[in-house]
Ligand binder design. Structure first.
Ligand code: SF4
Length: 397
């Protein structure tokens, strides 16, 4: 395998299903790694791997500040495959790997990396950018190479709205086509939609549009003001509460799964609704909604940058090591920051005393972006924990 040419597009394999051999391990599906309690101490559920910063889009909120050409220092193919070997050290089941960027389709060795992951029993999904590199042919190729799912971004219900965020005309129309190609090959689609002051009013129309498409999951991606995201505005905590109540109201009739990213307190909203229905703590924990409870930056999630730096998530650029020098298993399990992020008793402010902090814990990235303290409280949550209510009533008395 060769070192990738950053300017090359991947060589599309004729038909290669990396896991088709009966003697090969079966790649772990998304969600295979389960926590102990609410802590993913042994292995992350999801490992997000930024294969490159190169991307044909210039999105207004891009975390990675992606650019036309790859920067020097990207992992070579050999380093990428060596990293896959390292991931197997987590043991079974292994984390699911999301190949992201930038645009992973800019890597000339994308399908080699996917095949190597499949040979090691590592499940992968791809998060491509919608550019001319995403075609019916490359959609088929990702499927053939073993991608479990694909994620597409849709930040507006019209071309004007979506292309205004993505800053490349025609992206909306091509995204609509990509839905059809994914359905054609039978690849589940997760749709990511930015939630910011600029997009929030359009969410009902985006939802309506998605109900006309084959969608497996819709994830509302609440803005973190990092990277180019500082050019946009977060919604207020009160507005976020309204969005979550609206999201909850859709659950009874929605044709696809609903989730949030960097709005962890949606789990608190879900738990409060279940409590209001009379469910006890045991029933809540065993509910279907509880499968993602506890997942947050550093707990069930870890991020690898294009040069191999390891951070708790893509939105928290606190480097804890580099995979060229250290084992990802050791960094994830034992780095003091990662241990703290998995333990809500280390959190500060109201997230540290909140009765929901095991299943929620707040968006650690937002706490860090707002205060510089990764263990601080999430400023987007309106909830006042019982301990705080009790202490303020004592103060009044
Ligand atoms: S106070 Fe923190 S832990 Fe509690 S619900 Fe809000 S974000 Fe979650």
């Amino acid at each position: 395998m060769s070192t990738p040419d950053p300017s090359a597009t991947p060589t599309i394999p004729a038909a290669r299903v990396a896991t088709s051999g009966s003697d090969l391990p079966r790649p772990a599906a998304i969600g295979s790694v389960r926590p102990t309690g609410f802590a993913w101490d042994r292995a992350p559920m999801m490992l997000y791997w930024e294969l490159t910063l190169a991307c044909g889009l210039v999105c207004r909120h891009c975390r990675a500040k992606a650019m036309k050409r790859a920067l020097p220092g990207e992992l070579s193919t050999e380093q990428a495959v060596s990293f896959l070997d390292d991931i197997t050290g987590f043991g079974d089941p292994m984390p699911h790997v999301v190949l992201t960027g930038g645009d992973p389709l800019q890597r000339g060795d994308l399908y080699d990396i996917m095949a190597a992951a499949g040979e090691r029993g590592i499940g992968v999904s791809v998060s491509p950018s919608v550019t001319p590199l995403l075609t019916r042919q490359s959609m088929h190729a990702m499927h053939e190479a073993g991608s479990h799912a694909i994620s597409l971004s849709l930040d507006g219900s019209t071309a004007a709205r979506h292309d205004g965020i993505r800053r490349v005309q025609g992206t909306f129309d091509q995204t609509m086509a990509a839905f059809d190609w994914a359905e054609e090959v039978g690849m589940p689609v997760q749709v990511n939609t930015l939630v910011s002051a600029e997009t929030v009013d359009d969410l009902p129309e985006v939802y309506r549009l998605l109900t006309t498409k084959k969608v497996a999951r819709w994830t509302l991606f609440f803005l973190i003001q990092t990277g180019r995201g500082v050019m946009l505005s977060e919604i207020t905590p009160q507005r976020s509460e309204q969005v979550m109540e609206w999201l909850h109201s859709l659950r009874a009739s929605t044709p696809f799964q609903l989730s949030t990213t960097e709005a962890i307190h949606y789990r608190r909203v879900l738990a409060q609704h279940m409590e209001a229905q009379g469910m006890d703590a045991d029933q809540i924990v065993r509910s279907r909604a509880a499968r993602a409870f506890g997942v947050r930056d550093g707990n069930g999630i870890v991020f690898i940058s294009h040069v191999g730096d390891v951070t708790p998530s893509g939105f928290m650029p606190l480097t804890i090591g580099n995979i060229k020098e250290s084992s990802i298993v050791d960094l994830y399990r034992d780095h003091p920051l990662m241990r703290d992020l998995r333990d809500p008793s280390t959190f500060h402010g109201k997230c540290g005393v909140c009765e929901y902090n095991q299943l929620c814990g707040g968006a650690r990235s937002r706490a860090w972006a707002a205060t510089g303290d990764a263990l601080g409280e999430d400023p987007m949550c309106t909830y006042v924990p019982g301990a705080r209510r009790a202490s303020s009533s004592h103060a009044v008395a």
